[in-house]
Design a protein around this ligand. Structure first.
Ligand code: SAM
Ligand code: SF4
Length: 377
C-alpha cells in the first residue's frame, strides 16, 4: 500500500484518541503536560489517509480563514491601527480555497468546516466558496464565525449556498462598551445580524463572548438572559494570548470558574447530557431546560487531548494548532502544479507534527507571531 492510501481511521479509533491505545500503526500515548513542539519525523508517519498525529488524535474539523481583514478592531484580536494586511497576491483565490477544501474532504477525512477570519463575510466570493464545498461528496457540515455585521444582507444567500449555521461574536449589550471593545459603533447591526441568521434558518445561532476584567465581566448574566430570550446558544471563551499587542495577562483573565460562579448565582446550571466529544465547550442546561450555555476554558482547562482541528490560513498555510510556532506552506506547491496526492502528503505531515498541547503554562511559551485575526479563530 502506498503512503496515503490507507483507510480512514474509524469513529471507534477516534474515541481512543489520547488514551494508551494502539491505532493501526499509530501508537497513541497519554498527552500529559503540554510540551515544547518538536519536529515530527515524517518517516514515522503510518500509511493512513486521515490527518493523524503522533498522539493518536485525528483532525476532522477544518478551520478555514478566508481573510485577515476585518471591519471591527476588537482589542483582544487586532490593534487599533498599524496591522499590515496579507499581500493580495499571497491570498488564496476562491478556486484555490475550494481545491484545498475538496482535498481535505475527499482525501483527508475532514467532515466539518468552519469558515472564519478576520471577518469572513468581507470576502466577496464567500458564497461561491461555501456553495462549492456544499457540492462535495461526502458533504461536510459547514458553519461560519462572524462578527455579524454583514449578516442582515447575506444570511439568506449563505443558507441557500449550503451553510448550516453561524457563530456570532458579541461581548456586550451596551453600545458604549461595544465601542470600547471593538473601536466601532455597530452594536445594533450585530444584533440585527443575529436575528437575520435565525430568520434565515442558520440555526442554532451560537454566540461567542469574551469577558475581560474591568471591561465587561459584569455582563455574564445579562448576555445569557439575552441569548436565552432570543433562542441563541451562548458560549463564553477564556481570553487567549493571541492579541497583537502581546498585552494578555493571565492574572487579569476572567476564568471559566469565575464565569460559572457568576452564572450559577443567577441561574440553575446542570451538566448537559450530550456527549462532549472533541467539542471545546463544557455545556450546561439552564433553569431545567430554558436553554443551554457553554464555557470554553481554553487556558485553565485545555482540551488539547481531544483536539480534532486542522487550520488553513488565508494565505495557504497549514497550522496544526492555534498556538503552533511553525506552518506548512500549501500555496507554493499548489501554484507550482502539485497534484492532490502531493498536497495531501504535505498536509498529513504537517498534522503528524502537531504538538501535544498549546503550552501556555510552559516556562518557554511564546505567543505565535500571527495575531488571532490572521490565524482564524
Ligand atoms: N470576525 C469573526 C468574529 O469575530 O466572530 C471571526 C474571527 S474571530 C478571530 C473568531 C473568534 O475568536 C471570535 O469569537 C473572537 O471573539 C475570538 N477571539 C479573538 N481573539 C481572541 C482571544 N485573544 N482570545 C479568545 N478569543 C478570541
Ligand atoms: Fe474582527 Fe472578529 Fe477579530 Fe473582532 S474578533 S477584530 S470582529 S476578527
Amino acid at each position: 500500500m502506498l503512503p496515503g492510501e490507507g483507510r480512514f481511521l474509524t469513529a471507534a479509533h477516534k474515541e481512543l484518541s489520547g488514551c494508551a491505545a494502539t491505532l493501526g500503526k499509530v501508537n497513541a500515548v497519554p498527552l500529559g503536560m503540554p510540551s515544547v513542539p518538536r519536529a515530527a519525523e515524517e518517516s514515522t508517519r503510518p500509511d493512513e489517509r486521515a490527518l493523524i498525529d503522533r498522539f493518536g488524535r485525528i483532525a476532522t474539523d477544518l478551520r478555514v480563514s478566508v481573510t485577515d481583514r476585518c471591519n471591527l478592531r476588537c482589542s483582544y484580536c487586532m490593534p487599533a491601527e498599524g496591522l499590515d494586511w496579507l499581500p493580495g497576491a499571497d491570498l488564496l483565490s476562491g478556486a484555490e480555497l475550494s481545491r484545498l477544501i475538496a482535498i481535505a474532504v475527499r482525501e483527508l477525512g475532514v467532515t466539518e468546516i468552519r469558515f472564519t477570519g478576520g471577518e469572513p463575510l468581507l470576502r466577496k466570493d464567500i458564497i461561491d466558496v461555501i456553495g462549492a464545498a456544499a457540492q462535495l461528496d461526502p458533504r461536510p457540515r459547514m458553519s461560519l464565525t462572524t462578527n455579524g455585521l454583514r449578516l442582515p444582507e447575506l444570511a439568506g444567500a449563505l443558507e441557500a449556498a449550503g451553510l448550516d449555521r453561524v457563530n456570532v461574536s458579541l461581548d456586550t449589550l451596551r453600545a458604549d462598551r461595544f465601542f470600547t471593545i471593538t473601536r466601532r459603533n455597530r452594536l445594533d447591526k450585530v444584533l440585527d445580524g443575529m436575528a437575520a441568521a435565525a430568520a434565515a434558518g442558520l440555526t442554532p445561532v451560537k454566540v461567542n463572548a469574551v469577558l475581560m476584567r474591568g471591561v465587561n465581566e459584569d455582563e455574564a448574566v445579562p448576555l445569557l438572559e439575552y441569548c436565552l430570550d432570543q433562542g441563541y446558544e451562548l458560549r463564553f471563551i477564556e481570553q487567549m494570548p493571541l492579541d497583537p499587542q502581546h498585552a494578555w495577562d493571565r492574572d487579569r483573565m476572567v476564568t471559566a470558574a469565575e464565569i460559572l460562579d457568576m452564572l450559577g448565582a443567577a441561574f440553575e446550571l446542570t451538566p448537559h447530557p450530550a456527549p462532549r466529544g472533541g467539542a471545546p465547550a463544557e455545556r450546561w442546561v439552564v433553569d431545567g431546560g430554558r436553554g443551554s450555555v457553554g464555557v470554553i476554558a481554553s487556558v485553565t482547562q485545555p482540551f488539547c487531548a481531544a483536539c480534532d482541528r486542522t487550520r488553513l490560513t488565508a494565505d495557504g498555510q497549514i497550522r496544526s494548532c492555534l498556538f503552533a510556532r511553525t506552518e506548512t506552506d500549501l500555496r507554493g506547491p499548489l501554484r507550482e502544479g502539485a497534484d492532490d496526492a502531493a498536497i495531501s502528503a504535505l498536509w498529513r505531515n504537517a498534522m503528524w507534527g502537531k504538538a501535544a498541547g498549546h503550552g501556555i503554562d510552559d516556562a518557554g511559551f511564546a505567543q505565535p507571531d500571527r495575531p488571532m485575526s490572521a490565524i482564524g479563530g
